[in-house]
Design a protein around this ligand. Structure first.
Ligand code: ADP
Ligand code: MG
Length: 385
């Protein structure tokens, strides 16, 4: 691709970027790319290198190896460094750092105060973030959510090519977080603003971003749209980090996994498809669950041992007589079941992924009777807070 084309289409690119702090490798050969006008979430546990990645993009750190490009322009490599103020990158950090002595309007205008049209631009931005009537107020008079919107407007004022947001909602309470992240997503989408945002909250990453990069210990494990991260995680780590995951023993042959609950067709890239002993990913919504008929507990019934209520859904943890446990989603007919109830669990006709397990004993029974035959349905997604 030629220079100007790339500038229009690629907002930011990291190519095998490594950053060390002494002995510690904070980023280990990270490669990422973001299309212009879209949002990327860096998702991972505390200490995995998310903030370091943003600081490298912003220009506050210099990579030990690799290249950073913003809008097709090389801004950092081990030998060249464009200073932060010349990268056209805007920042919203965890601690908002609004100027306490400046009004809302003056906070927003701060970065563009020398522009002749700054008053018009500031008015537009206040409208964009829903604070048109609040320009004269002082930061301490605002709620946390309003302060966050001021910080966003201030970062957008100089029309950055790329906006970086570091855990922007983490200081807010849960209700405010949910509302504000939906608002911010809409604001950035309306503005067609390219953005990289950092979070350790999987629900936040899945709901806000167009693309999610899952990180651990300085490495990116998978970069994909949220639906794909959930339905086709690249590793057991990603599967369990995003959503609720049951990893069930399976024997795989020709792209079909046989589990104790039946067969499932495997999807995902062929190079990731195991043969032989494997662990099959089954999400709670992949199961059907019914109350077991009265009478002596049958050997293939499951006992409810835990419940998790999240408002819109109930998950039940069930245990088989051999000790295996699963989290299953309870449909309306079994929502009332409590601990100690016995249930029958079946597998819906789903498509999912499996991970190879080297050195694991084969299953006792690789082909239970009554395995569902249908394989056409897609994986459904209900874990979307
Ligand atoms: P995250 O934002 O994902 O929580 P960070 O990028 O802040 O993680 O940090 C990644 C690792 O690098 C952590 O182990 C952290 O302690 C370390 N680290 C970050 N900045 C520095 C620094 N300036 N000096 C030394 N170690 C650092
Ligand atoms: Mg951080």
């Amino acid at each position: 691709m030629t220079g100007p084309d790339r500038e229009r289409t690629i907002a930011v690119r990291l190519d095998e970027v490594t950053k060390r702090f002494g002995e510690l490798t904070a980023l280990d050969s990270v490669t990422l790319q973001l299309e212009a006008g879209t949002m990327l979430a860096l998702l991972g546990p505390s200490g995995c290198g998310k903030t370091t990645a943003l600081r490298l993009i912003a220009g506050f750190e210099r990579p030990d190896a690799g290249v950073v490009e913003v809008s097709g322009r090389r801004v950092a490599s081990p030998t060249a460094m464009v200073p932060p103020e010349r990268r056209r990158v805007g920042l919203v950090f965890q601690d908002l750092a609004l100027f306490p002595h400046l009004s809302v309007r003056d906070n927003v205008a701060y970065g563009i105060r020398r522009d002749p049209d700054h008053a018009v631009r500031t008015g537009e931005l206040l409208e964009l973030v829903g604070l048109s009537g609040d320009g004269g107020r002082m930061p301490h008079e605002l709620s946390g959510g309003m302060q966050q919107r001021v910080a966003l407007a201030r970062a957008l004022a100089p029309r950055p090519a790329l906006l970086l947001l570091d855990e922007p909602f983490s200081s807010l309470d849960q209700a405010m977080r949910t509302q504000l992240r939906a608002e911010v997503r809409q604001i950035l989408r309306d503005a067609r603003q390219s953005a990289v945002f950092v979070t350790h909250d999987q629900g936040e990453a899945l709901t806000v971003a167009d693309t999610v990069a899952v990180m651990t210990r300085g490495k990116v494990l998978q970069t994909a749209p949220p639906e794909l991260i959930y339905a086709e995680p690249a590793s057991p780590y990603v599967a369990t980090f995003v959503g609720v995951a049951n990893l069930v023993k399976a024997e795989v042959r020709d792209g079909v996994a046989s589990t104790r609950l039946g067969r499932v067709t495997l999807i995902g890239p062929g190079d990731r498809r195991p043969e032989g002993h494997a662990l099959c990913l089954l999400r709670p919504e992949h199961f059907g669950i019914e109350e077991a008929p009265d009478g002596p507990a049958s050997s293939d019934s499951w006992e409810v041992i835990d419940r998790r209520f999240s408002g819109s859904e109930i998950l039940l943890e069930v245990r088989a007589s051999d000790g295996e446990r699963l989290w299953v989603e309870a449909g309306s007919r079994v929502r009332h079941l409590g601990l100690g109830h016995r249930v029958a669990v079946s597998l819906r006709p789903v498509e999912t992924v499996a991970f190879g397990r080297r050195g694991v004993q084969p299953m006792a029974d690789a082909s239970p009777s009554g395995a569902p035959k249908g394989t056409s349905a897609s994986t459904t997604m209900t874990r979307r807070p």
